[in-house]
Write a protein that binds this ligand. Structure first.
Ligand SMILES: [Zn+2]
Length: 404
């Protein structure tokens, strides 16, 4: 493993660990969990602003649901099962959340006027991946998808795919990946649904992608068993490609799970189901972010955004006052008041990849200033309140107020 491997960085930066008793699972440490939660909250805000409503669905469900949905037949080997002795039936840990979202949609009669219905979920999934394929956060047995489903009419497909493509473009740019490649994956040999249904689904997706201004390669035979998909591949700082986002059309699952709405003619009609994810797996995306940035995350994602180093104990009260002000301004900071030399504190903060350093000495306290050092070497001394405001702006996540 080289030193930009996310597993090495995860250990060095004290973000997470894995161990044999939980192969393919992740123990998030405090610093890593901050990173995870910041990323999650960013996605949450983006999804909400794009018109999705967040839901939460169970992880453990009766196998009969997975048989009905078709997942048992296709994914059964990768699904964790257990017997519920009390109810005498088999249960499975969900490998994906799609059937659960259909259950929420099906809870009442839907009118065409309600469509599109958009749900998002940070879906906690389990898949029994072969032990040889496990690779840190890149391939795990327990992972969280930034999952979302749209239930809509055929006439909505183009607009919904377009909406997703704008969302995805904005999010990738915010996360430091302005360029991505797109592939259209078409019908696999093992599939559900008639050829006519597949013709219609592939045409609709290609047309919607073109309308959204995307150029794509066709990957014949690589679609999901229930429908074709667009795959979004990001290129990282080492020119490696990572498949992250997907959008998939599905005419099969609504049929299998009896999703329907009442159309303009007062008839029952099947909605189209669109599955999508922007990041794919939270864990895998964090692996990519760590390797892409070689551990030096952008300020808004850094577990601690500011490290305060005191020159001597004499300035501790002033440093604590600054800590409080940063906390009030929602800036994640740590205070290094150890009886160490300043140089040592600076080296330690850099090793932890804390992007902004504030050094406080007696002169700062006397003048009520703070001295700020950025990762690129820039330094400035600002009045206390101006300094806090400067740091607040530097620490903000990307502007999510922009329309997507
Ligand atoms: Zn899905």
């Amino acid at each position: 493993m080289n030193d930009i491997d996310h597993r090495v960085l995860g250990n060095k930066l004290d973000l997470f660990h894995q161990q044999e008793e939980g192969a393919g699972m992740v123990f998030w440490h405090p610093r890593g969990w901050v990173l995870y939660r910041v990323l999650e909250e960013y996605v949450r805000v983006r999804m909400r602003r794009a018109g999705f409503r967040e839901i939460r669905t169970p992880q453990l469900l009766a196998r009969s649901l997975w048989e009905k949905s078709g997942h048992w037949e296709k994914f059964g080997a990768a699904m964790y099962s257990l017997d519920d002795a009390q109810e005498e039936r088999a249960l499975c840990l969900k490998p994906m959340s799609c059937p659960c979202h259909v259950q929420v949609f099906n809870q009442r009669v839907r009118s065409y006027r309600e469509l599109p219905v958009r749900y998002s979920e940070f879906g906690a999934c389990h898949r029994d991946e072969p032990s040889g394929s496990l690779e840190g956060l890149k391939r795990t047995r327990a992972f969280v998808q930034d999952d979302a489903h749209v239930f809509c009419a055929h006439s909505h497909i183009e607009a919904e795919v377009g909406r997703f493509c704008s969302l995805l473009r904005a999010m990738y740019a915010d996360l430091g990946f302005p360029d991505f490649k797109v592939a259209l994956a078409t019908r696999p040999s093992l599939r559900a649904g008639s050829d006519a249904t597949w013709d219609r689904a592939e045409d609709a997706l290609a047309k919607a992608a073109r309308a959204a201004g995307l150029e794509f390669d066709v990957r014949a035979g690589e679609g999901a068993f229930y429908g074709p998909k667009l795959e979004f591949h990001l290129t990282d700082s080492r020119a490696r490609s990572w498949q992250c986002g997907t959008i998939q059309l599905d005419f099969v699952l609504p049929e299998r799970l009896d999703a329907e709405f009442v159309n303009e003619r007062n008839e029952r009609e099947r909605p189209v189901l669109i599955h999508h994810a922007v990041l794919g797996s939270m864990e895998r995306f964090i692996a990519m972010l760590l390797e892409h940035h070689e551990g030096g995350l952008p300020v808004w994602l850094a577990p601690e955004q500011v490290a305060i180093a005191t020159i001597s104990d004499a300035n501790l009260a002033y440093a604590e006052e600054l800590m409080q002000a940063l906390d009030d301004a929602c800036i994640r900071a740590l205070l290094d008041s150890r009886p160490e030399r300043l140089e040592k504190k600076i080296v330690d903060a850099r090793e932890k990849q804390v992007p902004i350093l504030v050094v406080l000495g007696s002169r700062d306290e006397r003048d009520r200033t703070i001295s700020i050092r950025l990762r690129d070497g820039r330094q400035s001394t600002l009045a206390f309140a101006d300094g806090v405001e400067y740091l607040r702006l530097a620490a903000l996540p990307p502007p999510v107020a922009s329309k997507v």
